[in-house]
Write a protein that binds this ligand. Structure first.
Ligand code: FE
Ligand code: FE
Ligand code: ZN
Length: 301
Protein backbone atom coordinates (compact mmCIF):
# COMPACT_ATOMS: atom_id res chain seq x y z
CA UNK A 1 0.00 0.00 0.00
CA UNK A 2 1.51 3.31 -1.13
CA UNK A 3 -0.21 5.77 1.19
CA UNK A 4 0.57 9.30 2.27
CA UNK A 5 -0.97 12.71 2.61
CA UNK A 6 -0.68 16.37 1.88
CA UNK A 7 2.26 17.92 3.77
CA UNK A 8 3.69 21.44 3.81
CA UNK A 9 6.77 22.62 1.98
CA UNK A 10 8.27 24.17 5.11
CA UNK A 11 11.48 26.07 5.82
CA UNK A 12 13.54 23.09 4.73
CA UNK A 13 11.40 22.57 1.62
CA UNK A 14 11.40 18.92 0.44
CA UNK A 15 13.20 17.88 3.64
CA UNK A 16 10.39 19.39 5.76
CA UNK A 17 7.84 17.48 3.67
CA UNK A 18 9.71 14.27 4.16
CA UNK A 19 10.02 14.66 7.95
CA UNK A 20 6.32 15.48 8.25
CA UNK A 21 5.29 12.45 6.16
CA UNK A 22 7.45 10.13 8.28
CA UNK A 23 5.84 11.51 11.45
CA UNK A 24 2.49 10.22 10.15
CA UNK A 25 3.80 6.77 9.22
CA UNK A 26 3.30 7.61 5.53
CA UNK A 27 5.41 6.12 2.74
CA UNK A 28 4.67 8.88 0.25
CA UNK A 29 3.39 12.49 0.30
CA UNK A 30 2.11 15.41 -1.76
CA UNK A 31 3.10 19.06 -1.46
CA UNK A 32 2.60 22.50 -2.98
CA UNK A 33 5.90 24.33 -3.57
CA UNK A 34 4.41 27.33 -1.71
CA UNK A 35 0.95 28.48 -0.62
CA UNK A 36 -1.70 26.71 -2.76
CA UNK A 37 -3.65 29.96 -3.12
CA UNK A 38 -0.80 32.09 -4.48
CA UNK A 39 2.07 31.87 -6.96
CA UNK A 40 4.90 33.31 -4.83
CA UNK A 41 7.68 30.72 -4.94
CA UNK A 42 11.17 30.52 -3.41
CA UNK A 43 14.14 29.04 -5.25
CA UNK A 44 14.78 25.36 -4.65
CA UNK A 45 17.64 24.74 -2.21
CA UNK A 46 19.49 21.72 -3.60
CA UNK A 47 21.03 20.87 -0.20
CA UNK A 48 17.59 20.15 1.21
CA UNK A 49 16.81 18.02 -1.85
CA UNK A 50 19.91 15.88 -1.25
CA UNK A 51 19.13 15.51 2.46
CA UNK A 52 15.49 14.68 1.69
CA UNK A 53 16.55 11.96 -0.76
CA UNK A 54 18.75 10.39 1.90
CA UNK A 55 15.94 10.46 4.45
CA UNK A 56 13.52 8.93 1.91
CA UNK A 57 15.90 6.07 1.24
CA UNK A 58 16.26 5.35 4.96
CA UNK A 59 12.47 5.34 5.38
CA UNK A 60 11.40 3.36 2.32
CA UNK A 61 9.88 6.33 0.55
CA UNK A 62 10.26 6.00 -3.21
CA UNK A 63 10.59 9.48 -4.71
CA UNK A 64 8.79 8.17 -7.82
CA UNK A 65 5.62 8.07 -5.70
CA UNK A 66 5.94 11.63 -4.41
CA UNK A 67 3.50 14.14 -5.90
CA UNK A 68 3.55 17.90 -6.40
CA UNK A 69 0.30 19.88 -6.71
CA UNK A 70 0.04 23.07 -8.78
CA UNK A 71 -1.58 26.05 -7.00
CA UNK A 72 -5.31 26.08 -7.60
CA UNK A 73 -5.51 29.71 -8.68
CA UNK A 74 -3.92 29.14 -12.09
CA UNK A 75 -6.63 28.67 -14.70
CA UNK A 76 -5.86 27.33 -18.16
CA UNK A 77 -9.52 27.22 -19.25
CA UNK A 78 -10.20 30.96 -19.15
CA UNK A 79 -8.49 32.93 -21.90
CA UNK A 80 -10.47 36.17 -21.52
CA UNK A 81 -7.51 37.95 -19.88
CA UNK A 82 -4.53 37.25 -22.11
CA UNK A 83 -2.02 38.36 -19.51
CA UNK A 84 -3.45 36.09 -16.81
CA UNK A 85 -3.70 33.09 -19.13
CA UNK A 86 -0.10 33.54 -20.29
CA UNK A 87 1.01 33.95 -16.68
CA UNK A 88 -0.69 30.63 -15.79
CA UNK A 89 1.12 28.92 -18.66
CA UNK A 90 4.56 30.26 -17.78
CA UNK A 91 4.01 29.60 -14.07
CA UNK A 92 3.16 25.94 -14.70
CA UNK A 93 6.15 25.58 -17.00
CA UNK A 94 8.39 26.91 -14.21
CA UNK A 95 6.69 24.70 -11.64
CA UNK A 96 7.42 21.63 -13.80
CA UNK A 97 11.07 22.71 -14.09
CA UNK A 98 11.20 23.03 -10.29
CA UNK A 99 9.82 19.47 -10.06
CA UNK A 100 12.64 18.25 -12.31
CA UNK A 101 15.17 19.89 -9.95
CA UNK A 102 13.45 18.21 -6.99
CA UNK A 103 13.38 14.85 -8.79
CA UNK A 104 9.55 14.71 -8.69
CA UNK A 105 7.82 12.79 -11.49
CA UNK A 106 4.21 14.00 -11.23
CA UNK A 107 2.42 17.32 -10.78
CA UNK A 108 -1.36 17.33 -10.20
CA UNK A 109 -3.27 20.12 -11.91
CA UNK A 110 -6.91 21.23 -11.72
CA UNK A 111 -7.88 21.51 -15.41
CA UNK A 112 -9.54 24.91 -14.89
CA UNK A 113 -12.87 26.75 -14.90
CA UNK A 114 -14.43 27.94 -18.16
CA UNK A 115 -16.01 31.05 -16.48
CA UNK A 116 -17.64 32.94 -19.37
CA UNK A 117 -16.62 30.44 -22.02
CA UNK A 118 -18.71 27.40 -22.92
CA UNK A 119 -17.50 24.07 -21.57
CA UNK A 120 -16.22 23.10 -25.01
CA UNK A 121 -14.30 26.37 -25.42
CA UNK A 122 -12.88 25.98 -21.92
CA UNK A 123 -11.68 22.47 -22.74
CA UNK A 124 -10.08 23.70 -25.96
CA UNK A 125 -8.33 26.51 -24.07
CA UNK A 126 -6.90 23.92 -21.67
CA UNK A 127 -5.68 21.74 -24.55
CA UNK A 128 -4.05 24.71 -26.28
CA UNK A 129 -2.27 25.68 -23.06
CA UNK A 130 -1.17 22.11 -22.31
CA UNK A 131 0.23 21.64 -25.79
CA UNK A 132 2.32 24.74 -25.27
CA UNK A 133 3.38 23.77 -21.73
CA UNK A 134 4.36 20.21 -22.66
CA UNK A 135 6.38 21.15 -25.76
CA UNK A 136 9.72 21.56 -23.94
CA UNK A 137 12.03 18.78 -22.80
CA UNK A 138 11.18 18.83 -19.10
CA UNK A 139 10.45 15.40 -17.59
CA UNK A 140 7.74 15.97 -14.96
CA UNK A 141 4.27 14.77 -16.03
CA UNK A 142 1.00 16.66 -15.53
CA UNK A 143 -1.83 14.70 -13.89
CA UNK A 144 -5.26 16.18 -14.57
CA UNK A 145 -7.43 15.93 -11.47
CA UNK A 146 -11.03 14.76 -11.77
CA UNK A 147 -13.16 17.64 -10.46
CA UNK A 148 -16.44 17.93 -8.53
CA UNK A 149 -18.04 20.16 -11.16
CA UNK A 150 -18.38 23.20 -8.92
CA UNK A 151 -19.39 26.29 -10.93
CA UNK A 152 -17.86 26.10 -14.40
CA UNK A 153 -15.13 23.58 -13.52
CA UNK A 154 -13.85 21.52 -16.45
CA UNK A 155 -12.84 17.88 -15.99
CA UNK A 156 -15.76 16.69 -13.88
CA UNK A 157 -16.71 13.82 -16.21
CA UNK A 158 -14.89 10.96 -17.87
CA UNK A 159 -15.82 12.43 -21.26
CA UNK A 160 -14.19 15.78 -20.48
CA UNK A 161 -11.00 14.22 -19.10
CA UNK A 162 -10.88 11.91 -22.12
CA UNK A 163 -11.34 14.83 -24.52
CA UNK A 164 -8.38 16.70 -22.99
CA UNK A 165 -6.12 13.63 -22.81
CA UNK A 166 -6.83 12.57 -26.41
CA UNK A 167 -6.03 16.04 -27.74
CA UNK A 168 -2.77 16.55 -25.92
CA UNK A 169 0.10 16.03 -28.35
CA UNK A 170 2.71 14.88 -25.86
CA UNK A 171 1.09 11.68 -24.58
CA UNK A 172 4.18 10.80 -22.53
CA UNK A 173 3.62 13.66 -20.12
CA UNK A 174 -0.11 13.58 -19.42
CA UNK A 175 -2.01 11.41 -16.92
CA UNK A 176 -4.90 11.50 -14.45
CA UNK A 177 -5.33 11.88 -10.69
CA UNK A 178 -8.72 10.63 -9.46
CA UNK A 179 -10.09 12.28 -6.31
CA UNK A 180 -12.72 10.22 -4.44
CA UNK A 181 -14.52 13.25 -2.96
CA UNK A 182 -14.66 14.92 -6.36
CA UNK A 183 -15.86 11.72 -8.07
CA UNK A 184 -18.66 11.34 -5.51
CA UNK A 185 -19.67 14.99 -5.81
CA UNK A 186 -19.61 14.78 -9.62
CA UNK A 187 -22.06 11.87 -9.56
CA UNK A 188 -19.95 8.69 -9.53
CA UNK A 189 -21.29 5.98 -7.21
CA UNK A 190 -18.10 4.77 -5.52
CA UNK A 191 -19.94 1.80 -4.04
CA UNK A 192 -19.62 0.47 -7.58
CA UNK A 193 -15.98 1.43 -7.99
CA UNK A 194 -15.19 -1.54 -10.25
CA UNK A 195 -17.76 -0.35 -12.76
CA UNK A 196 -16.14 3.10 -12.74
CA UNK A 197 -12.66 1.61 -13.21
CA UNK A 198 -13.91 -0.50 -16.14
CA UNK A 199 -15.44 2.54 -17.77
CA UNK A 200 -12.26 4.52 -17.15
CA UNK A 201 -10.22 1.72 -18.66
CA UNK A 202 -12.39 1.49 -21.80
CA UNK A 203 -12.35 5.25 -22.36
CA UNK A 204 -8.97 6.48 -21.20
CA UNK A 205 -6.95 3.44 -20.11
CA UNK A 206 -6.41 2.51 -16.48
CA UNK A 207 -2.63 2.96 -16.81
CA UNK A 208 -3.24 6.69 -17.07
CA UNK A 209 -4.25 6.80 -13.40
CA UNK A 210 -1.02 7.84 -11.66
CA UNK A 211 -2.39 9.16 -8.35
CA UNK A 212 -5.51 8.76 -6.18
CA UNK A 213 -6.68 11.47 -3.77
CA UNK A 214 -8.42 9.67 -0.93
CA UNK A 215 -11.01 11.88 0.76
CA UNK A 216 -14.45 11.35 2.24
CA UNK A 217 -17.12 13.88 1.21
CA UNK A 218 -19.28 16.19 3.33
CA UNK A 219 -21.96 16.11 0.64
CA UNK A 220 -24.17 13.70 -1.23
CA UNK A 221 -23.41 12.18 -4.58
CA UNK A 222 -23.94 14.67 -7.45
CA UNK A 223 -23.86 17.70 -5.10
CA UNK A 224 -21.07 19.44 -7.11
CA UNK A 225 -19.78 20.89 -3.82
CA UNK A 226 -16.16 19.71 -3.23
CA UNK A 227 -15.91 19.70 0.56
CA UNK A 228 -13.61 17.01 1.91
CA UNK A 229 -14.50 15.05 5.07
CA UNK A 230 -12.30 12.91 7.31
CA UNK A 231 -12.03 9.23 6.43
CA UNK A 232 -15.22 7.40 7.44
CA UNK A 233 -16.95 10.62 8.54
CA UNK A 234 -18.59 11.52 5.24
CA UNK A 235 -21.08 10.18 2.73
CA UNK A 236 -18.60 7.78 1.05
CA UNK A 237 -17.68 5.89 4.21
CA UNK A 238 -14.68 3.91 5.42
CA UNK A 239 -15.44 0.56 3.75
CA UNK A 240 -15.74 2.04 0.26
CA UNK A 241 -12.56 4.14 0.67
CA UNK A 242 -10.70 1.16 2.14
CA UNK A 243 -11.76 -0.93 -0.87
CA UNK A 244 -10.39 1.71 -3.26
CA UNK A 245 -7.12 2.14 -1.33
CA UNK A 246 -6.51 -1.62 -1.38
CA UNK A 247 -7.66 -2.18 -4.99
CA UNK A 248 -5.41 -4.67 -6.77
CA UNK A 249 -5.55 -2.76 -10.08
CA UNK A 250 -4.29 0.40 -8.38
CA UNK A 251 -1.74 -1.21 -6.09
CA UNK A 252 1.26 0.61 -7.61
CA UNK A 253 -0.51 3.98 -7.62
CA UNK A 254 0.23 6.45 -4.78
CA UNK A 255 -2.80 7.30 -2.59
CA UNK A 256 -2.86 10.75 -1.00
CA UNK A 257 -5.12 11.96 1.83
CA UNK A 258 -6.29 15.59 1.67
CA UNK A 259 -8.72 15.46 4.57
CA UNK A 260 -9.35 18.45 6.86
CA UNK A 261 -7.41 19.26 10.03
CA UNK A 262 -9.59 18.94 13.13
CA UNK A 263 -9.92 20.58 16.55
CA UNK A 264 -12.54 21.81 19.01
CA UNK A 265 -12.90 25.10 17.16
CA UNK A 266 -12.50 25.00 13.39
CA UNK A 267 -12.20 28.80 13.32
CA UNK A 268 -9.06 28.71 15.48
CA UNK A 269 -6.32 27.67 13.06
CA UNK A 270 -3.73 27.44 15.85
CA UNK A 271 -5.70 24.70 17.51
CA UNK A 272 -6.28 22.47 14.52
CA UNK A 273 -4.43 19.18 14.25
CA UNK A 274 -3.55 16.98 11.25
CA UNK A 275 -5.65 13.79 11.08
CA UNK A 276 -3.25 11.88 8.83
CA UNK A 277 -1.38 9.71 11.34
CA UNK A 278 -4.68 8.29 12.58
CA UNK A 279 -6.36 8.00 9.19
CA UNK A 280 -3.33 6.15 7.80
CA UNK A 281 -3.58 3.80 10.78
CA UNK A 282 -7.22 3.07 9.93
CA UNK A 283 -6.18 1.83 6.49
CA UNK A 284 -3.21 -0.10 7.88
CA UNK A 285 -5.49 -1.78 10.46
CA UNK A 286 -8.38 -2.29 8.02
CA UNK A 287 -10.51 -0.81 10.73
CA UNK A 288 -12.61 2.33 11.11
CA UNK A 289 -11.68 4.47 14.15
CA UNK A 290 -14.89 5.77 15.71
CA UNK A 291 -12.81 7.73 18.22
CA UNK A 292 -10.75 9.59 15.61
CA UNK A 293 -11.26 13.18 16.78
CA UNK A 294 -10.57 12.38 20.44
CA UNK A 295 -7.44 10.38 19.51
CA UNK A 296 -6.09 13.26 17.44
CA UNK A 297 -6.71 15.80 20.22
CA UNK A 298 -5.09 13.62 22.88
CA UNK A 299 -2.04 13.00 20.70
CA UNK A 300 -1.31 16.60 19.69
CA UNK A 301 -2.39 18.51 22.81
FE1 FE B 1 -6.52 19.11 -6.10
FE1 FE C 1 -7.75 16.38 -4.67
ZN1 ZN D 1 -11.20 18.96 -3.49
Amino acid sequence: MILGCHVSFGNEQLLSCCKEAISYGANTFMFYTGAPQNTIRKDININYVEEAKKLMLENNIDINNVICHAPYIVNLANKSDDEKWNFSISFIKKELERCDVLGIKYMVLHPGSAVNYTKEEGLNNIIEALNFILSDNVKCMILLETMAGKGSECGSSLEEIKYIIKNVENQDRIGVCIDTCHLNDSGVNLKEFDAYLDLFDKNIGIDNIKCVHVNDSKNDILSHKDRHANIGYGTIGFDTLNYIVKHEKLKDVPKILETPYTGENVEDKNRLYPPYKFEIEMFKNNNFNSNLFEDIKTYYK
